[in-house]
Design a protein around this ligand. Structure first.
Ligand code: NAP
Length: 243
């Protein structure tokens, strides 16, 4: 069964691709700019005996997504598990946020989910089987000062996930979201030490999560056995939100 992971060249996406590969899925690795990292991930997957391929596409651009799915179908077949993971931040206080930073984050985080899900859903519906797993964020549930664009995109992903879950439940397709908390990747690596310290104080478990923590939750939703779970939001956050 083929899984597509968007934004799989680094961080959480990379860990998801490895976890799915380790557990018997074929893996299409999408990346935008990090071609060397995507190639080396693919080589690692192939060395594990996984059928894997790397595919460049900027998933914030619909034409790229159309090309991505055409290329994947031609070389690896139809996508059964779609993991919408690609995402960016462009943080700033609302008063100072440039419209282009608002738009870039909505395009990369939210519009990409719409483009990829729409591109994947026809084959899933035909097969009467599919798994859509969207990587949201705890800030999509709670909001966050300095992240109005990012929080809006992640809250949008949650509403999108629940709508897709309702539309396709009768066709064997589940749609679920994961809301990671504070995970150790390049995205959080750029935060100032005082910001990191403040976030750490809000985590009952008392440490950052790893990309693998998120990947395990993705594997749970991806499995055939999870067929009675849809429209859910699972926080992987060390107890940060508990809502
Ligand atoms: P990251 O380390 O910055 O990696 C981001 C990945 O997304 C890269 O592989 C990048 O690919 C890809 N990407 C970005 N824009 C893309 C586009 N337009 N088209 C295709 N790929 C694109 O981030 P991360 O921490 O792993 O985050 C992964 C997901 O988890 C994101 O949706 C993020 O919002 C979410 N999340 C992260 C945290 C956290 O604490 N880290 C918390 C909550 C949610 P290239 O390098 O090839 O451009």
């Amino acid at each position: 069964m083929l899984a597509l992971v968007t934004g799989a060249s680094r961080g959480i996406g990379r860990a998801i691709a490895l976890e799915l590969g380790r557990n018997g899925f074929d893996v299409a690795v999408n990346y935008n700019r990090s071609s060397e990292q995507a190639d080396s991930l693919c080589a690692e997957l192939k060395a594990m005996g996984v059928n894997a391929g790397a595919f460049q596409a900027d998933v914030s651009v619909q034409e790229d997504v159309t090309r991505l799915f055409t290329e994947i179908k031609a070389s690896m077949g139809a996508v059964s598990i779609l993991v919408n993971n690609a995402g960016i931040t462009r943080d700033n206080l609302l008063m100072r946020m440039k419209p282009e930073d608002w738009q870039a984050v909505i395009n990369a985080n939210l519009n990409s989910c719409f483009y990829c899900t729409q591109a994947a859903i026809r084959d899933m519906a035909k097969a009467r089987y599919g798994r859509i797993i969207n990587i949201a964020s705890v800030v999509g549930l709670t909001g966050n000062a300095g992240q109005a664009n990012y929080a809006a995109s992640k809250a949008g992903i949650i509403g999108f996930t629940k709508s897709a879950a309702r539309e396709y439940a009768a066709r064997g397709i589940t749609a679920n979201a994961i809301a990671p908390g504070f995970i150790d990747t390049d995205m959080t690596g750029i935060l100032k030490p005082e910001v990191k310290d403040a976030i750490m104080k809000s985590i009952p478990i008392g440490k950052m999560g790893s990309p693998e923590d998120v990947a395990k939750a993705v594997l749970f939703f991806a499995r055939e056995e999870s067929s009675y779970i849809t429209g859910q939001v699972l926080a992987v956050d060390g107890g940060m939100t508990m809502c």
